[in-house]
Design a protein around this ligand. Structure first.
Ligand SMILES: Nc1ncnc2c1ncn2[C@@H]1O[C@H](COP(=O)(O)OP(=O)(O)OP(=O)(O)O)[C@@H](O)[C@H]1O
Ligand SMILES: [Mg+2]
Length: 384
């Protein structure tokens, strides 16, 4: 078969390896199939193929080897098919967490295998990013905590998911992300939009600043205020579609303005973490902005209300806010000025200052909830 991708099969069970191999041979993929019962050796082969391989990995057995392979695998290829003799919802969630694009119950059926292998082999880069999520932290009021939330959510998401997480500063005139993280990046959004003609994975990853030893990659705001004026909504769309091919999660920080670029960012986002604090003027503003979101007919569940600087004994209760906004609160982040200020002053994430503080724990749980809810949305398709 021409243009046939390499297919790496990782399976401890010889019989199932041989069955899968015989089906693949029948479909015409035979020359490009490699079978492994040693997952580490299989992973090394995938690495050599530089993101071009389809991997069929069995997770029926439990064990560290499978978990470790999965964590590395999803950094090498986005074309992962997971198989298992157990097909409970929990196993499907586990498979999706491991980066599976497709899940097949065992014994694998010939038609199912043909369908998913054909789908993944025809998957072009644009489709490969279709499950990538843009999560934008927004408030139509300044100083509410957008940057603090974007940074700490992105860094915890990288830890929880072990996936590549982009943190993109689209506060085009007054971005703070690189200051908050004490970074001095060589490139910025303006460079990627205007100068990077070939926005392929390798070039994009070079333009981002990898944050320490994590899988969070930071793209800073433009170096000069006037550069923001030359950025158009169309260019933001192009930027997002390039990023979606590389990063499963894209966390966006932005300004509180509502202008054409801001609307483009909000329209393009899969989730808007719409942030407020608990006081009357902030909630009034929130109401006005929710009306705007409603008028733009955003799908249900796209806008999640986040309460920042939450204090249990506040006079205004969460139920009051929910009643006023006619929306449920998705998450509450506690007030902890000193830990946050120490993180900002030292130019690090909150977890690097005090992971066990109320706010450190809160961001870890927040990231777990976000990733669980995103995965749960995907599981629905396997359950209908
Ligand atoms: N949960 C919190 N508890 C205490 N202080 C907080 C909390 N979240 C944010 N802050 C403080 O609020 C201030 C503003 O935060 P931040 O810069 O993240 O807001 P912003 O919405 O990004 O602002 P801007 O609109 O200027 O971009 C910072 O000094 C930060 O320390
Ligand atoms: Mg900010």
């Amino acid at each position: 078969m021409q243009n046939c991708p390499s297919i790496i099969v990782l399976d401890k069970n010889q019989n199932s390896r041989e069955i899968v191999n015989s089906y693949l041979t029948e479909f015409g993929f035979g020359d490009n199939v490699l079978l492994f019962d040693d997952y580490k050796a299989g992973l090394e082969e995938v690495k050599k193929l530089n993101g071009d391989a389809i991997v069929i990995m069995d997770i029926s057995e439990k064990g560290k080897e499978i978990q470790e392979t999965a964590e590395n695998l999803k950094l090498c290829t986005s074309k992962i098919i997971i198989t298992s003799t157990n097909y409970s919802t929990n196993t499907i969630i586990k498979a999706l967490r491991m980066g599976a694009k497709e899940f097949l119950p065992k014994p694998v059926l010939k038609d199912d295998l043909l369908r998913v292998v054909t789908k993944l082999s025809n998957l072009n880069a644009a489709d490969a990013g279709s499950e990538s999520k843009i999560i934008t932290v927004y408030s139509n009021k300044g100083g509410i905590g957008k940057t603090t939330i974007a940074i700490n959510l992105a860094s915890e998401l990288a830890k929880v998911t072990k996936d590549k997480v982009a943190l993109v500063d689209l506060n085009l005139q007054l971005g703070d992300v690189s200051t908050f993280l004490n970074l001095n990046p060589a490139f910025d959004v303006n460079y990627v939009i205007h100068k990077l003609t070939d926005k392929n994975e390798e070039m994009l990853l070079k333009a981002f600043e990898k944050y320490k030893n994590t899988s969070m990659y930071v793209l800073a705001d433009p170096s000069y205020i006037e550069q923001s004026e030359s950025i158009t909504p169309q260019q933001i769309t192009t930027l997002f579609s390039a990023l979606k091919k590389v990063f499963p999660y894209i966390v966006v920080d932005m300004s509180s303005n509502i202008d054409p670029n801001a609307l483009k960012i909000l329209d393009s986002s899969d989730w808007i973490l719409f942030t407020t604090i608990v006081n009357i003027p902030a909630i009034r503003n929130c109401q006005r902005c929710l009306n705007l979101f409603r008028s733009r007919r955003y799908p249900m569940n796209k806008v999640k209300i986040i309460i920042n600087r939450y204090m249990e004994n506040d006079e205004i209760k969460i139920e009051d806010i929910e009643n006023t906004l006619d929306e449920k609160v998705y998450w509450k982040i506690p007030n902890n000025y000193f830990t946050i200020m120490e993180a900002i002053n030292k130019g690090v994430s909150i977890a690097e200052i005090n992971p066990d503080s109320n706010i450190g724990n809160n961001f870890r749980d927040f990231a777990s909830k976000v990733s669980d809810d995103i995965i749960e949305q995907s599981v629905i398709q396997y359950r209908i």
